[in-house]
Write a protein that binds this ligand. Structure first.
Ligand SMILES: [Zn+2]
Length: 161
């Protein structure tokens, strides 16, 4: 009886316990090897690579949308500032009558003639402020007071003079 029980126990050990132990040992060895390889490669090739990875993974989360929104807001703010600056430059050019009109560009030999697209032979600042048939007009007084007429005129001309 005893030898039969012992035989059954040995059988059990050989069939069940040994393979389980072997599998556990193999898994542990594989995990240890993988951990060692990861640690060695990350410390040898680039000490910051694991940090970079963490940052990249974080960027895939909600932060991504926030960053995009922030970038868009910054771009809009930059655009607004640029427009304000252009408006200001245009206003001052009109007040000083020194804009890059066809007449001025012709004088600087940057244009073959000083014609205005409206047909006038001499596109001066005074012409585009008060005479030109195609554009909104405004007076020197409008420019000094920066009235709605001056703003409409600036909006039209800010990219052209
Ligand atoms: Zn004209």
């Amino acid at each position: 009886m005893a030898s039969k029980t012992l035989g059954f126990t040995q059988y059990l050990v050989v069939i069940v316990v040994v393979p389980v132990v072997v599998v556990v040992v193999v898994v542990v060895v594989v995990v240890v090897v993988v951990v060692v390889v990861v640690v060695v490669t990350s410390s040898c090739s680039s000490p910051n690579s694991s940090v970079v990875f963490v940052v990249v993974v974080r960027d895939d989360d909600d932060d991504d949308d926030d960053d995009e929104e922030e970038e868009e807001e910054e771009e809009e703010e930059e655009e607004r500032r640029e427009l304000q600056r252009k408006d200001w430059v245009t206003l001052n050019r009109a007040r000083a009558k020194v804009g890059k009109t066809a007449s001025t560009l012709h004088k600087w030999k940057l244009r073959p003639n000083s014609e205005c697209p409206c047909g006038n032979q001499n596109q001066t600042m005074d012409h585009i402020l008060s005479e030109c048939t195609e554009e909104p007009h405004c007076t020197d007084q409008d420019l000094r007071g920066c009235t709605d007429a001056a703003q409409a005129w600036i909006t039209h001309w800010r990219d052209k003079i």
